[in-house]
Design a protein around this ligand. Structure first.
Ligand code: CTP
Length: 480
């Protein structure tokens, strides 16, 4: 019978295997066995839902070799779905996580602290000013001790408090004080969910890096009410918690490998936002780009230690911290600013540059003349990405373009990679129904000479973070 030696696997496979094994708390050999068993069929697979007894919380080995316990802080909000959160405690414990609970005052109208405590096997926290808990735990420690914080049900009120940065009870104070990943399982009446205020709060929270699961569509507890607003099922929430922990662990491991600031000493140029091409002194040609993605990349690059020049078209998003910003209006100005910022180790072209400009913009406002439309002749703008990627001198080591497409996303983006001469293309579908152009989230494919990787939908901040980790590995000489 053939045998596999892990030592003989290629380095990138070994790296993936190590991270995967660590995230499941298994040895690399055990992880291989589990993968093979799963591939062979479901015969011996343990189904957590079928387990009768709650196992004791287990420990796992982090990629750096340390022993750790996966601790979840579950914040239960006040809604009828709170009863499902009791089942969620069981589901999380089945997955070998310890669960500490905070019950808001409203949650205690639906379930008791005693039932949450009995199921979690831990003391339950309810009061910001409880001298006992402030003495032995304290809300800052509660916030920081957890590997992840889960809010289920996340009511409209809790979401509004989080989005507004309130801290007037234990749950909101912990959510404001934490530096841990947060998962929300919203649950509310469909009309409340659809309301502009809730959707604005949701968009703000996603931009802040919060992850959500659900809500689902279906019947509500109130008679005759149906629609989107039911809390996701406990098993789905538990799966989302696992995915969040895996992702965090993976990101942390890559950061650990590369050091805290993996781009220290590297120079980066990032373009962002639309360009405005004048028709006359008051009118211009533009597009719907918000600049959110480009700005998030510049911010993540600066946080990773790079010296960043952000060349930005006109946008309404705040300037990122720690970057040099050159604000421009037109494609030609953007081109000049990018050339002036060379040399650089990496250039990311996230701007939605107007392909054409008006050949001779009016010096004065073009007046309307009855029955006549002004003859606007368009000429091509410089292609900034293609020009920089084809430079003989001072070409950045890594040149990355974006491909905003509305059809045939991957084939078009692959053709663009070749045509522009860049190293990677980040491609996305910007058809109006996706809400990506100008929106908070992004769903991208990373196209390199080695192939296509499709990333899950995530906030633009998370896309930036993931891209930065890849850039850091590539500049460090890893094969990507
Ligand atoms: N780009 C650029 N300068 C231009 C046009 C585009 O630097 N004049 C860059 C964008 O920042 C992006 C990439 O090229 O990184 C692709 O932009 P896109 O608008 O998708 O491509 P186009 O070349 O304009 O092709 P098309 O519009 O036909 O899809």
């Amino acid at each position: 019978m053939a045998s596999i030696t892990i030592r003989q696997l290629d380095e990138s496979l070994k790296k993936q295997l190590r991270l995967r094994a660590a995230s499941h708390g298994r040895s690399m050999e055990d992880e291989v066995r589990t993968i093979l068993r799963a591939a062979a069929g479901p015969t011996e697979v343990t189904r957590p839902a079928a387990r009768r007894n709650l196992p004791a919380p287990a420990t796992f080995v982090t990629p750096t070799g340390a022993i750790a316990t996966r601790q979840i802080l579950l914040i239960i909000g006040g809604g009828i779905a709170a009863y499902k959160s009791l089942d969620l405690i069981r589901r999380l414990r089945e997955r070998r996580m310890t669960v500490r609970c905070i019950l808001t005052a409203a949650a205690q109208e639906f379930i008791t602290a005693l039932s949450a405590s009995a199921l979690s096997g831990e003391r339950v926290f309810t009061d910001l000013f409880d001298t006992g808990s402030e003495f032995d735990v304290g809300h800052i420690r509660l916030a920081r001790d957890a590997d992840a914080i889960v809010v289920a049900p996340a009511t409209a009120d809790l979401m509004a408090k989080m989005a507004g940065g309130h801290a007037d009870d234990l749950a909101s104070a912990v959510l404001l004080a934490t530096n841990r990943p947060i998962l929300l399982a919203p649950a509310m009446n469909p009309a409340m969910w659809a309301r502009g205020a809730t959707q604005r709060n949701l968009a703000r929270l996603i931009e802040d890096g919060v992850v959500t699961v659900g809500p689902n569509a279906g019947e509500m507890a109130e008679q005759g009410e149906a629609g989107v607003g039911r809390m996701a099922e406990p098993l789905d929430i538990a799966a989302a918690v696992e995915a969040l922990l895996d992702k965090t662990l993976m990101g942390q491991a890559l950061m650990d490998q590369a050091g805290e600031r993996p781009l220290l000493g590297k120079r980066m140029i990032v373009t962002s936002g639309p360009t405005h091409e004048p028709i006359d002194p008051v009118r211009y040609i533009a597009n719907r780009s918000s600049g959110r993605q480009g700005h998030a990349i510049a911010a993540a690059a600066a946080a990773a230690g790079a010296e960043v020049t952000l060349v930005s078209g006109p946008v309404n998003v705040p300037d990122p911290q720690g970057v040099r910003i050159v604000k421009v209006e037109t494609a030609r100005e953007m081109f000049e600013a990018v050339e002036a910022a060379l040399p650089a180790d990496c250039a990311v072209f996230a701007a939605a540059v107007a392909d054409w400009r008006v050949a001779t913009p009016g010096r004065e406002k073009i007046k309307k003349q009855k029955g006549k439309t002004p003859p606007l002749t368009l000429i091509e703008n410089p292609d900034i990405l293609a020009t920089i990627a084809h430079r003989k001198a001072q070409r950045p080591t890594l040149v990355i373009g974006f491909a905003a497409e509305t059809e045939n996303v991957i084939p078009n983006a692959k053709a663009k990679l070749v045509r522009k001469g860049c190293d990677w293309i980040v491609a996305n579908d910007v058809s109006p129904q996706t809400g990506i152009m100008g929106g908070e989230t992004n769903s991208v494919h990373l196209i390199t000479a080695g192939g296509v990787e499709s990333w899950p939908p995530q906030s633009k901040t998370d896309v930036a973070q993931a891209l930065l980790l890849r850039i850091a590995s590539a500049l460090a000489g890893d094969k990507v």
